[in-house]
Design a protein around this ligand. Structure first.
Ligand code: BES
Ligand code: MN
Ligand code: MN
Length: 467
């Protein structure tokens, strides 16, 4: 990256921050139907910005849900690699809103960080990607690689309509590399490239008993209780070693290679500090595995929500008519969400006693992702991080999911590069989400460097796929 590009990125920091503040003011909560208009407004604003950057073929694609924002710059030539930049402009809900120290859609700067819903997940990280493009285009009038930008509005609800969109626009989206800033670094001053994401299967279980809530004295003892049944069923899903007991659940789990196991053992991770940071007395996980493996390489099963019976103050003596739970499972290669959902539904049906009726809904799924850490684009990303952060970069995996990434791998045969600039402590999906400004600015520089190194490396290797 030229000195001029770096200077541009540094002298415009204040404007970049002002723009991010505007971006963060849109309450683009994808799951909330009452925010549909706000999501749309955010998308149009983003489209206008891509236009302003000088991207071509800029479009807002409507979907059955929220729109996809797209733009491209393809003048680097057929010899140069093509990078698809992916991110999301939708955000999670803000509740419980009274736990925020400043309103979630009134971005506030304190202690070197910007506080707002979406600050790091993912608007701040989308913004640093766009500003790296802006710097190249304004200063040099070109980019070293071809770039396509795809920002969606449904990541936080499982990218429900993006799969079809990608399949329908394969040619337009064709790329060698998918560059994504939507993950975290290992810690402050510990930049990282992420080569694995967990997948997700999500079901909702309903247990139905008597037609109405019953007096627990007049009926108790002779009628099965949906709340008791639900808790018993949930308790059957894991054994006392933390193993998931759904038949066949682990069939497709790919064992870790010796090499990867050793590499993961080198990752600096302090379980006590981690436990302290989230306020639990100690960590808990599957017997026989390390905390890093619990978080990154082992599948999970967790109740995400649970309801039944009387929730008010004081006591009420009833047998509730119904009970329900939301249950999600994080998946690892090569588990498939559809297969796991099916096995879960079958097991829940088997467990259900004849005294109640149950329904199980399959809410959504996402495939796990694994990228070869030796692949040139990953190595280039490590080098770009090291250039800007002046320290060695880590290879990590993540426990979270980005549902569309595996489809990019399969449909576009592109290598995902997950180069994130958030920190694990920045309250993603929680009150007081924030993003540190030093990583915001260094992120831009890293991306700008990445393009130059990628062009050089891939021209040398000419490992690009045939187009
Ligand atoms: N950016 C996150 C994914 C993520 C989480 C990366 C943690 C690194 C660490 C993404 O926006 C997200 O929250 N994904 C959801 C997907 C779900 C809603 C389908 C997730 O992981 O729960
Ligand atoms: Mn995200
Ligand atoms: Mn998220």
């Amino acid at each position: 990256m030229s000195e001029a590009v770096r200077t541009f990125l540094r002298t415009n920091q204040e404007r970049f921050l002002d723009e991010l503040i505007t971006f963060l003011q849109f309450p683009s909560i994808s799951t909330d139907p009452s925010r549909k208009e706000d999501v749309q407004l955010c998308a149009s604003w983003l489209r206008d910005h891509l236009q302003m950057l000088g991207l071509q073929n800029v479009q807002l694609f409507p979907t059955e849900g929220h729109p996809v924002v797209y733009g491209e710059w393809l003048e680097a030539g057929a010899q140069a690699p093509t990078v698809l930049v992916y991110g999301h402009y939708d955000v999670q809900p803000v509740d419980p809103v009274d736990l925020w120290d400043s309103p979630p859609f009134r971005p506030t700067i304190r202690d070197g960080a910007i506080y707002a819903r979406g600050a790091m997940d993912d608007k701040g990280q989308v913004w640093l990607q766009l500003k790296a493009l802006e710097a190249w285009l304004r200063v040099e009038g070109r980019l070293p690689v071809n770039v396509k930008v795809l920002i969606e509005g449904e990541e936080e609800i499982g990218s429900v309509h993006l799969g079809d969109f990608v399949k329908q626009h394969r040619q337009m989206l064709d790329a060698d590399v998918v560059l994504i800033s939507d993950t975290a670094m290992l810690g402050p001053e510990k930049p990282a490239v992420c080569y694995g994401l967990r997948g997700l299967a999500y079901v909702e279980l309903h247990v139905r008993g008597p037609r109405r809530d019953l007096h627990s004295g007049s009926f108790g003892g002779a009628v099965d209780n949906p709340a008791n049944v639900l808790s018993w069923m949930i308790a059957q899903l894991k054994d006392r070693y933390g193993r998931i007991t759904i038949p066949g659940f682990y069939d497709d789990v790919r064992p870790l290679s010796e090499l990867e196991q050793q590499a993961l053992a080198q990752v600096p991770f302090d379980p006590a500090a981690f436990a302290h940071s989230i306020g639990v007395p100690m960590l808990y996980g599957e017997a026989g595995y390390s905390p890093v493996e619990w978080l990154w390489t082992r599948p999970t099963l967790d109740v995400n929500g649970l309801w039944s019976g009387f929730q008010g103050k004081g006591a009420k003596t009833i047998i509730p008519a119904a009970a329900g739970a939301k249950i999600s499972m994080r998946l690892v290669p090569d588990q498939s969400p559809a297969d796991i959902a099916q096995k879960t539904i079958r097991y829940l049906q088997y467990l259900a006693p004849p005294t109640v009726e149950i329904d199980v809904l399959d809410l959504y799924g996402g495939d796990p992702v694994l990228v070869d850490p030796e692949s040139p684009p990953i190595q280039v990303a490590l080098k770009a991080l090291e250039t800007v952060y002046q320290t060695s970069a880590y290879l990590i995996r993540e426990g979270g999911s980005i549902p569309i990434v595996s489809l990019f791998q399969k449909q576009l045969e592109a290598t995902p590069v997950l180069m994130g600039f958030a920190l694990p402590t920045e309250n993603a999906h929680s009150p007081n989400e924030h993003f540190h400004l030093d990583n915001f600015y260094r992120g831009m520089e890293t991306v700008a460097v990445f393009y130059e190194l990628l062009a050089a490396t891939m021209a040398q290797q000419s490992t690009q796929k045939h187009r």
